[in-house]
Design a binder for this molecule. Structure first.
Ligand code: SF4
Ligand code: SF4
Length: 243
C-alpha cells in the first residue's frame, strides 16, 4: 500500500488561498486505510474547511476497494461529478500523489476540465501491515534482491541501503548504528539465514545494485483485467472468510 498522512490544515488552507469553491476527492483504497481520503475523512475535511470559511461544493467519496489510481474504477466517479468539478475553483485530492495525478490527467484529457488541484496528503512509501502499524518494506527498485537476502530488504530496512552488510557500526545488542530503536536488518538476515541453513549463501559478495531499473518515470503496459470477474472473486473469497 501507499502509506500516507494528512498534511497540516494550515498548509492546505495556504493552497486554497483565494479559492472559495472547493471539491474534495478521495480514494477507497490506501487513503481509506490510512484515514486520509475515505468517505468519513472527506466529511471531516469538509467540516474543517467550512469552519475556516471555505465553501465545499461537493465531495467525491469512493467506497472501500475503489482505487483512485486505477482509472477503470475511479473515472466513473469523476464523470458522475462533472457538474461540481466544472463549478469548482479548486480540487483537493485526498489520496497519494499517484491517485491525484491520475485524476488530474483524466479530468483534463478525457473530460476537458482544467482546474487547480492540490494535495491534502503526504505519501510515505510502500508499506504493509495494519490495522494499526505499517512498516515500509519495499521501494519498488525494479531489481528485487529478496531472493539473496532471506526475504528481508536491506535497501529499505538498512538506513544506508547496504547490499553487503552489516556495516561496522552494528550495536552489540543487534541494533542499528543509525537508529538504536531498530534492529540491524543485516543481523536479522544473518539470523534468518542460520535458521534456513543458508549461511553459505551470504558469503557471496553482491554486485552493485542496478539502479537503472529505477530510472523515472517508469511505465508498464498490461493486458486489462476483467474487473467484474475479479470483484466477484473478491466477494466470494471474503464471504468464505466470514468478512
Ligand atoms: S529489493 Fe527491496 S526495494 Fe527492491 S523490489 Fe525487492 S523488496 Fe523492493
Ligand atoms: S547497523 Fe545494520 S541496518 Fe544499521 S546502517 Fe549498519 S548495516 Fe545498516
Amino acid at each position: 500500500m501507499n502509506a500516507q498522512e494528512q498534511k497540516p490544515l494550515e498548509e492546505i488552507l495556504g493552497f486554497l488561498d483565494g479559492k472559495e469553491k472547493v471539491v474534495l476527492s478521495g480514494c477507497g483504497a490506501c487513503a481509506t486505510i490510512f484515514r486520509t481520503g475515505g468517505i468519513e475523512d472527506l466529511a471531516d475535511m469538509k467540516e474543517r474547511l467550512e469552519t475556516r470559511g471555505k465553501e465545499v461544493i461537493g465531495t467525491i467519496g469512493m467506497p472501500f476497494g475503489i482505487f483512485a489510481c486505477y482509472l477503470p474504477m475511479s473515472s466513473g466517479f469523476y464523470e458522475q461529478n462533472s457538474d461540481i468539478l466544472e463549478a469548482a475553483d479548486a480540487v483537493l485530492g485526498q489520496s497519494c500523489g499517484d491517485g491525484i495525478q491520475a485524476m488530474r490527467e483524466y479530468l483534463e484529457e478525457e473530460m476537458g476540465i482544467v482546474k487547480p488541484i492540490y494535495p491534502a496528503t503526504n505519501a510515505r512509501g510502500l508499506s504493509s501491515g495494519g490495522p494499526v502499524r505499517f512498516d515500509e518494506r519495499c521501494q519498488a527498485c525494479g531489481d528485487c534482491k529478496l531472493g539473496l537476502t532471506t526475504g528481508l530488504c536491506p535497501l529499505v530496512q538498512c538506513p544506508k541501503g547496504l547490499l553487503n552488510g552489516p556495516c561496522g557500526g552494528t550495536r552489540e545488542d543487534g541494533k542499528c548504528e543509525v537508529d538504536p530503536d531498530k534492529d540491524c536488518v543485516w543481523v536479522k538476515i544473518y539470523e534468518r539465514a542460520e535458521r534456513l541453513n543458508q549461511l553459505n549463501e551470504l558469503v557471496e559478495t553482491m554486485e552493485p545494485h542496478d539502479w537503472s531499473k529505477q530510472t523515472r518515470p517508469r511505465q508498464l503496459e498490461r493486458k486489462p483485467i476483467d474487473l467484474e470477474e475479479k470483484l466477484a472473486g473478491t466477494k466470494e473469497a471474503l464471504e468464505s472468510m466470514g468478512i
